[in-house]
Design a protein around this ligand. Sequence first.
Ligand code: VLP
Length: 134
Amino acid sequence: MPVDFSGTWNLVSNDNFEGYMVALGIDFATRKIAKMLKPQKVIKQDGDSFYIHTTSTFRDYLLEFKVGEEFEEDNKGLDNRKCKSLVTWENDKLVCVQTGEKKNRGWTHWLEGDDLHLELRCENQVCKQVFKRA
Ligand code: VLP
């Protein structure tokens, strides 16, 4: 059985989100709000087609992609920098490389026990998030 990330997930931990946001150039006032948030992710997976909706009381971000097909990502409401994104499978991990102005930008999702894990990378910063099923 291939891995299935589908579900509704609530953030339970968020290590070094501040460092990640600084690396992305998010301004101070926005960071103060953003670090208080407990975002929820709604993921719909149909084979290699993904819908990942990250929602919060402040802003939402919707990402839709197919594994193996590069796409333009606008990061609207995040840092608003455009990049070329490519998501691939590395065993059961979903790995996104976001090529653009920021070096070493990307993220990795995987399942561990009942939890959804997300590592967010930008330049020399790594943010580690864990989500539990709602
Ligand atoms: C910007 C950085 C907070 C902070 C300001 C706005 C959306 C993998 C991937 C799918 C992400 C989430 C990125 C979060 C970066 C915030 C608004 C917070 C709510 O997820 O699941 O896009 O890249």
